[in-house]
Ligand binder design. Structure first.
Ligand code: PLP
Length: 422
């Protein structure tokens, strides 16, 4: 039975270009980019070329991009920089407040909760029922203590596209009026390579991106810093990446990351169109399955600019998301349980619950995420299995079993979703 991969938001299958470039760079430019001999300077040149290519596509200056081990590290770095600032200035942690949103990825949400435990002020802005953070809701939370606002670009569970430009404008207006320099950090992982993106245009102060979501190597990413001097980072070592992120750079993965981003740049719009068609098909067909629900319920047409046409959250209540994922897995269809997974059980349903979805329903959520290589046949295979095997089970479950754990009849695959991915 052929495999149908519909979990692109967790990771994209490797692009053959990435494998070719990785191989060539790793073998030809094997030197340590910090070494002063030619093997080192050649490797450094490859990396600087990569930085330039990546920056060109992102609409920023090369010197504002710093390579990291991925978006989790980039997000953590920005939060930890605040701890360092407070320590260096010997300020009381409570003098700083971070505003983050209830829909952030765990790699930002968890470090923000850590700040709270350390004594920082941490406020959470909730999305509306459609999963969108409204500028007015953010404006109501800002005050004199606000140091940083952290709101993502595209939500990895619902696909909700956030009005980042408007949110940043609100922060700038408040900063101007209060005489404070509030920074805006944005997790752009699910936007890179998927939606037209210009860092200059968005005007964020910092942003995180990741290579494996666009077909590159896992463990590779970048942190954008509009004004690098604004933040001082905790890690120290050999001074690589101008001291922002010490540690020998993964030259080959970085070269492949930049080449992939560059290759995908002119394809963003055509791919978007193709994905909209597939997402339209998926959304309208799901609408004909009585047992199925889409999150948020207001999402009806894929052409709606408020949602990425690459991500869809749905549910077959009362079937728990994990069970639905396992049933589909038994039919070689790979999706993820949007709710199955952060570091704490309580966290699993945080995103959709913050939109007002009841917990019992949120636990039924699954995420289908597509990519440029997803075919109409893949969507049709998913729909067929969803109708025949998942929706049928969901009806058998009945509403009384809304909170009861359910089990598949087939063997329990280790590939089953134990934690949230991506
Ligand atoms: N932010 C978002 C929105 C994501 O979807 C992911 C994916 O896992 C991450 C951050 C973490 O990225 P990485 O796997 O590069 O650490």
């Amino acid at each position: 039975m052929r495999e149908v991969y519909l979990d692109w938001a967790a990771t994209a299958p490797p692009d053959p270009l990435f494998l070719d470039i990785m191989h060539e760079t790793a073998t030809r430019y094997y030197g340590n980019p910090s070494s002063v001999h030619r093997a080192g300077t050649d490797a450094a040149a490859v990396m600087e070329e990569a930085r330039m290519r990546l920056a060109r596509g992102l609409g920023c200056l090369p010197e504002t991009l710093f390579f990291t081990s991925g978006a989790t590290e980039s997000n953590n770095m920005t939060i930890q920089a605040l701890v360092k600032r407070a320590l260096v200035l010997k300020k009381d942690f409570s003098a700083y407040t971070v505003i983050t949103s209830a829909i952030e990825h765990a790699s930002l949400w968890e470090p923000a909760q850590m700040l709270k435990k350390l004594g920082f002020g941490v406020k959470t802005v909730r999305p509306d029922a459609g999963g969108i953070i409204q500028p007015g809701a953010l404006a109501r939370l800002m005050d004199k203590q606000t140091a940083v606002v952290m709101i993502m670009g595209v939500n990895n569970e619902t696909g909700a596209v956030q009005p980042v430009k408007e949110l940043v404008r609100g922060v700038r207006d408040f900063s101007a009026a209060s005489g404070k320099n509030i920074l805006f950090h944005c997790d752009l992982v699910q936007a890179l390579g998927k939606l037209p993106l210009s860092l200059r245009d968005l005007d964020v102060d910092s942003a995180s991106i990741s290579a494996h979501k666009i077909g590159g190597l896992k463990g590779t990413g970048a942190l954008y810093l509009k004004t690098p001097a604004n933040l001082d980072f905790l890690s120290v070592g050999g001074g690589q990446e101008k001291g922002v992120r010490p540690g020998t750079e993964n030259t080959a993965a970085i070269a492949a990351f930049a080449a992939l981003a560059e290759k995908q740049q002119p394809l963003i719009r055509p791919h978007l169109e193709q994905s909209r068609e597939k997402m339209d098909m998926l959304i309208s067909e799901i609408g004909t399955i009585p047992a199925a629900l889409i999150f948020p319920e207001c999402r009806t047409a894929a052409a709606d600019a408020h949602y990425s046409p690459y991500i869809l959250s749905l549910a077959f209540p009362p079937l728990p998301g994990e069970v639905a994922v396992r049933i589909l897995n038994d039919h070689n269809i790979y999706v993820s349980a949007g709710s199955a997974c952060h570091s704490h059980k309580k966290e699993r349903t945080r995103v959709v619950e913050s939109m007002g979805v009841p917990k019992a329903l949120a636990e039924c959520m699954i995420r289908v995420s597509i990519g440029p290589a997803t075919t109409s046949e893949d969507i049709a295979a998913f729909l067929q299995a969803a109708r025949k095997h998942v929706a049928a089970r969901s009806r058998i479950g009945g509403p009384r079993s809304l909170n009861k754990p359910q089990h598949t009849t087939g063997p329990r695959h280790s590939a089953g979703p134990r934690r949230h991915t991506g």
